[in-house]
Design a protein around this ligand. Sequence first.
Ligand code: ASP
Length: 394
Amino acid sequence: GPEIVVIKPLGDVFLRLLKMIVVPVVMFTLIVGASSISPSKMGKIGIKVIVYYLFTSLFAVVIGLIVSSLFGVGRNLGIDNPNHNPVVTVTEGPSFSDTFLNIIPTNPFEALSSGNILQIIFFAILFGIGLSVVRHSEDKKIRESANIVFNIFELCSEIFFKIVYWILEYAPIGVFALIAVVFGTQGVKVLNSMLSVTVAIYIAFLAHTILVYFGLLSLFKINVSAFIKKSKEAIITAFVTRSSSGTLPVSMDVSEKEMGISKSIYSFTLPVGATINMDGTIIYLGVCALFIANMVGLDLTYFHYFTIIVVSVLASIGTAGVPSAGLIMLVMVLNSIGLDMNTDVSVSLAYAMILGIDAILDMGRTCLNVTGDLTGTVIVAASEDEINKDIWAQ
Ligand code: ASP
């Protein structure tokens, strides 16, 4: 109807702003993240933590995908396509080895301008590692120049987060407009899909907590109920602030006072974890990508699954620990499987449904992100004998 014509541009402004910010945010966050870890700190503890973070990430992806399939998220309802755009065409997808090879850009600048996310991630991480090595060079002059470059990148990343913050200030209007279009064109039946995707995601969060975190804690002979009691304050903070970075001071305090973990461990594992370890975000990205793909009737091939797995894990590394950051990463995951909300109306409608419930999903995923960091910290501390056993025995 005519109302939709009036209100739709308000939502489209929001979608375009989100898309605009993806490439710079991912690039700068990853470069800063990768160059923050000093090569010397990457010793035994570094390797243990990274292995833990990767291991739990892979579990998160798998749990997310399994729960999505069990729930058939987004399958119960297709989008009625208002503009009769052709439904996404079934792409054959390149072969498995090509998919891998395609991660390496032959021209990184072309990757940047065409927005090829996997290639951008690959290049940004390499560049970040390179920067971290020259920052620790023997040559004082090189070291100093490298630090200037690092500071500039860190500043750019700050600037882009300011912009993200402004975009999110506009979010209420944008989300309202988008949701109005969804209800206007699809009717209230979409409420069901929004509810079922929320339930599916929370079940995946719960499954991941019990199977992976509690499982690992038990494996390392840590009392699970004591762990819950001791981390309570950090978990509640994560839930209400929806920010891993914002929760960092509380997690550190909890590790020191409640858990009796040595500072040499948590001063490294927690900040790194708050930056790169986000199992909640991975689960959210995987389930939502499948939800939207199913909604718009995309025929999922192994190529799509592979891409979702790889991109979700990498995207979670590039997600900042601030509220709603995962929402921007979802744009990127969608693009990587060929879904573009700026050109395909059904994709933007399905994305709008996720936007409408983001606050609820963000609370849960931030809790999971923080719980994951604390679990990793406790496990590494226990394996290094850097934990006060008496505190845990009471
Ligand atoms: N809010 C989450 C966090 O800070 C990130 C996200 O939006 O997924 O951990």
